[in-house]
Design a protein. Sequence first.
Length: 190
Amino acid sequence: MAADETGVSPLYLAHHEPRDYDRCVRVGSVHLCRRCLLLWPITFAVLALALAGIRWPTALDVPILIAVPIPATFEFVLEHWGLLPYRPSLELLVTPPLAAAIGIGLHRYLFHPDDNLFWGVVVVHTFLWGTAAWIGAQAAADPPAGDDDRLAPRSDQGGQCPAEQPAVVGRAVGPGQGGGHESGSPAAHA
């Protein structure tokens, strides 16, 4: 379960590229997706409560299951399209309601596998999230001219999340430490 010798965590623990480990929490030598670390425990807790009969009235399922995922979907889509910077605090705010909706959706599915509300929400949000992730991955794979250094993993990370590294701007960089640039400053690349 540990990260391999390159410091890359297994996909099932952190489905992020090393350059995106700022979206992860580091536990020992592995990176765990911050959103998933919050989403799935809450989802399964809500599902367990619903199975025990503790849930909102089923008459509210339609408006709640349609409306509650919207903020998390906007956050995910805008962030992956590069229109919103990644903010763990925003992710912390929008993920628990999403998890509650998923938990109730799974409850509906367990008793009615052909439930139109469940499948409608799943199809719409899977399409939106999947498309946003695909567009974001395409943009990362083919960055605009001059953005190559921003997207490449830094050689001085030493297997740590970028969020754990201090921001360094304008420091001198020696050979092999930054792509051969004289400075780590973005202005030096212009």
